[in-house]
Design a protein around this ligand. Structure first.
Ligand code: FAD
Ligand code: SF4
Length: 397
């Protein structure tokens, strides 16, 4: 345990001042605190160190010769799961919120770092340290924008809290792991979600306006395993748009540069990861990485149904074909996009193969983006596992 006085501090950066990672900054929040002192080592975009931090967090780095670990990281167990009684308004069935509530109710942790939204804007993130189940529930559902979750870290240390749960996406968790020993905690639990294609609040507006028929009434959206974006509106109605019908040419610049150069889709450093992409449609996907992750799963075991993960289809030809199509910003007419969506849903990859499809598509795109825009960073920034995944495909120059 490290005492408050022992670690070094620097003056937090002002909101308007440039970030050390410049345009690659994902606004993880570290630089809003005195832990900015550690930014050169801690920032996911200045110092990629996933293998070293896997060793620190899980006592080993992933086995690159094990196909499941190559793709999904260090693991003890993977499964599909869903809550027997889903939490209304959660992103999926609310497994993340339920774990956090149980951890707090049972006194295993004293607080939970999670992200609520501001009063004025349902998609504007507002990180908090929740100390009651109500405060955790108020953070349910994705705020699909860059969120400064680590901006509350100073408050953690000042509060004297010793047992903490942090919920976050990969770039936030990499920086958190890098400063973990400076937080003065006795126990840190990390509950991660996968994350890809995140946007600034302005970028989100552009995405909604380009893709949804009613951008102002969207309360929730997700890129689902049936190759469609599902928008849920205020009146409870659902709108679906096939992936292949997205206006790629207009959306090319919408994703944050940090997310276009990220290779930690599956949140390698969390103790447990809860997403959906490796599970059948309607189910969530859980990866337990270590004993702390198992402890978190155990507290909700009686609230969830589970089934073994499955895998079906072959993604590789579809990924290879999508590389030049995305690169050239090809947008299909809506009738063709719908038809393609129906065909690919019937015969396309499912379960873990869908997750591999999504990882391959994003890693090849991001590799090209990094190579073209930050050639000097490419070698060090791309982790070995991602180089192996990208190496299966033929990329344009
Ligand atoms: P809930 O119980 O609704 O809880 C959601 C939790 O997410 C809350 O605790 C909140 O604190 C946290 N949260 C919300 N917004 C953010 C944010 N911007 N940054 C950090 N934490 C946040 N899963 C996949 O399998 N594939 C994906 O491609 C994928 N992309 C994602 C992109 C983003 C930006 C986010 C935030 C999540 C993504 N996920 C993805 C995870 C997935 O959408 C669900 O969040 C996850 O399955 C948990 O669902 P739930 O119903 O259990 O969560
Ligand atoms: Fe700082 Fe985080 Fe931005 Fe890196 S990503 S510059 S650590 S706020």
């Amino acid at each position: 345990m490290t005492s408050l006085a022992r670690h070094k501090k620097a003056k937090a950066l002002k909101p308007s001042s440039p970030r050390p990672a410049k345009e690659l900054c994902s606004e993880c929040g570290l630089c809003d605190t005195y832990y900015v002192h550690y930014v050169k080592e801690a920032c996911a975009f200045l110092n990629q160190q996933i293998a070293e931090l896997e060793q620190q967090s899980h006592s080993r780095s992933r086995n690159l010769d094990n196909p499941d670990e190559l793709y999904f990281g260090v693991q003890q167990e993977m499964m599909a799961a869903r809550k027997k009684e889903p939490i209304p308004g959660a992103q999926w069935t609310g497994i993340v919120s339920s774990i956090a509530i149980e951890m707090l109710n049972r006194g295993i942790v004293e607080g939970v770092v999670c992200v609520q939204n501001t009063k004025e804007d349902r998609f504007q993130p507002m990180p908090v340290i929740a100390r009651t189940p109500e405060e955790i529930l108020a953070a349910k559902v994705n705020k699909p924008t860059l969120s400064p979750n680590l901006s509350v870290l100073e408050q953690v240390e000042k509060s004297g809290m010793k047992r903490l749960l942090v919920i976050g996406v990969g770039c936030q968790i990499q920086a958190l792991r890098a400063v973990e020993k400076q937080l003065g905690l006795e126990k840190l639990y990390v509950l991660g979600t996968p994350c890809v294609d995140n946007v600034t609040r302005a970028g989100l507006q552009k995405f909604l306006e380009t893709t949804s028929k009613s951008p102002d009434t969207v309360v929730h959206y997700e890129f689902m395993q049936d190759f469609r974006v599902h928008f849920k509106h205020e009146d409870g109605s659902t709108e679906t748009v096939p992936f292949f019908g997205l206006k790629t040419n207009q959306l090319k610049d919408v994703f944050a540069p940090s997310c276009m150069s990220c290779f930690d889709y599956v949140n390698s450093l969390a103790d447990i990861v809860v997403g959906y992409m490796g599970a059948p449609f309607g189910w969530q996907w859980i990866v337990v990485r270590n004993e702390r992750g198992q402890e978190m799963l155990d507290v909700v075991k009686d609230q969830i149904d589970t089934q073994a993960v499955m895998s079906q289809g072959n993604r590789q030809a579809a990924v290879q074909q999508s590389i030049p199509a995305y690169d050239q910003g090809v947008t299909l007419p809506m009738w063709a996009a719908k038809l393609m969506g129906v065909v690919i849903e019937r015969i396309g990859p499912k379960g873990l193969e869908y997750a591999r499809f999504s990882i391959d598509s994003h890693f090849t795109r991001n590799y090209l983006y990094t190579k073209r825009n930050y050639p000097e960073k490419l070698e060090k920034h791309v982790p070995e596992f991602a180089k192996r995944i990208v190496g299966q495909y033929k990329l344009p120059e």
